[in-house]
Design a protein around this ligand. Sequence first.
Ligand code: NCD
Length: 306
Amino acid sequence: MTLVGRHLVQPADFSVEEIESVLDLGLRIKEDPSKYIRVAEGKLLATLFYEPSTRTRLSFEAAMNRLGGRIIGFSDPGASSVSKGESLEDTITTVSNYVDVIAMRHPISGAAIQASKACKIPFINAGDGKNQHPTQTLTDLLTIKACRGQLNNLTIAMCGDLKYGRTVHSLAKAMSRYTDTKFIFIAPDELKMPEEVLNDIEGINYEQTASLEEAIGKCDILYMTRVQRERFEDKAQYERLKDTYILDVEKMSKAKENMLVLHPLPRVNEIAVEVDQDPRAKYFEQAQYGMYVRMALIMKLLGIGE
Ligand code: NCD
């Protein structure tokens, strides 16, 4: 299935079958990465990061390096012409003359669709404000598929900052397209899942609660998230809400034996370090799946090496 030349701004840009083809390639790469070490030779990826990141930028860069390609870009827009007042469109148009694929992160929701319209080469949204984060979703789907063997018939609980967390917005939409998905959205009133996302998953069975204790025994996947400090206008509200949920060994004792705990990371306080030893804790493995799925995505968008 070809994805050559396409943009990825939100998960819905790809059909379920197209996503499946990326995940399958990700699994094949994980089985034997040595087969793919030269497929992107001569190709260039630009990582344009207007907002801080560790995993996403490094995993894109690791992915391209492991495919034998090269990288240019910035992680501090202060060091680029953005600081001279250049428009996003002009930056993208210029960079797309230099490279074969662009991955961009931006603090403003909607910046990714705006940039993609100016982009003549494949464009990947690496997170735009509180809006979407489709490559994290590919990461999450690959982790679930690899660890559970399926993406259908799952109850997925999302816990924490569902208002500002772009990872949960993308994941909810993506999971809503599989058969018999159920959602449990766990958040305090101030951080509930936005109406637009609830409208987007219309027809899907979901419940909303403020209690992690109540929900934990019912889910197959528990997706924990950080309270997104940088998106709060009222810092006192952040301080009040930041430790609403802390997953610890005691709460884990109420969960199913085969439940998976995922987290896009970075973690602040929402998962106690003691939980890392539990075999159900998959968040660090998940970060590794993120690199493989980005390798697969780059290959698909460039039409190389399959
Ligand atoms: C997430 C993000 O940037 O949205 N991190 C990531 O990409 N792994 C989640 C977060 O920052 O909380």
